[in-house]
Ligand binder design. Structure first.
Ligand code: URA
Length: 217
């Protein structure tokens, strides 16, 4: 088992809320249908969105209640961008957008070149004015961490105000890789699993997240 360096571990926000843990257990079960897997992922993503947006900036506005005027806080959801790493990241979007409906959405697609083993970009579409925005990158599984690190490297070219990484499951290898490449990017996850197998799957994990979301296995 690969140890996680203490600095890398300190960069991980483990979301251990009982509801999150309960739903994650239901998702891990191989008997969960595509329908329930997708529904649970949506519910879990909304719960995790609360944690990842905890330090979001608010601004004061003047409003009038039925009784009197007051100054009250609002968030500017339009400044937040959820960036989905295709394709499994799309499974997280509905849930997080149900909590922050005004957020913008970007997509990034990467595949691994079988010869060079390097991440190659095949799709990149972001909202305008990225330098004014906070990014939350979403992908259910942080396994080797290679595509996550490559996606964040590419997103940094847009010079956003901040970047966070939101996933369901992590493995020690992925946490270390991300920390080495991007120590400034905190990771939000519902679990840190034991290790990767020889095919880069997380153990005990939940299998191939994309296949389970889209029913393609
Ligand atoms: N991607 C998946 O979908 N599952 C894993 O276990 C690792 C990477």
């Amino acid at each position: 088992m690969t140890p996680i360096s203490p600095a890398a571990r300190a960069n991980v926000h483990l979301i251990d809320h009982p509801l999150v843990q309960h739903k994650l257990t239901l998702m891990r079960n191989k008997e969960a249908s595509t329908n329930s897997f997708r529904r649970l992922l949506g519910e879990l993503s909304s719960l995790m969105a609360y944690e990842v947006t905890r330090d979001m900036a608010t601004q004061d506005i003047e409003i009038e209640t039925p009784l009197e005027k007051m100054t009250a806080k609002v968030i500017d959801g339009k400044k937040l961008v959820f960036v989905s790493i295709l394709r499994a990241g799309n499974g997280i979007l509905d849930g997080v957008l149900s909590v922050v409906p005004g957020a913008r959405v970007g997509h990034i697609g990467l595949y691994r070149d079988p010869k060079t083993l390097q991440a190659v970009e095949y799709y990149f579409k972001m909202p305008k004015n990225m330098e004014e925005r906070d990014i939350v990158v979403v992908d259910p599984m942080l396994a080797t961490g290679n595509s996550a690190a490559a996606a964040v490297t590419r997103l940094k070219e847009c010079k956003p105000k901040s970047i966070k990484f939101l996933c369901l499951l992590t493995a020690p290898e992925g946490i270390n890789t991300m920390y080495k490449a991007h120590p400034d990017v905190p990771i939000y996850t519902a679990a840190i699993d034991r290790e990767l197998n020889d095919h880069g799957y997380i153990l005990p994990g939940l299998g191939d997240a994309g296949d389970r979301i889209f029913g393609t296995q």
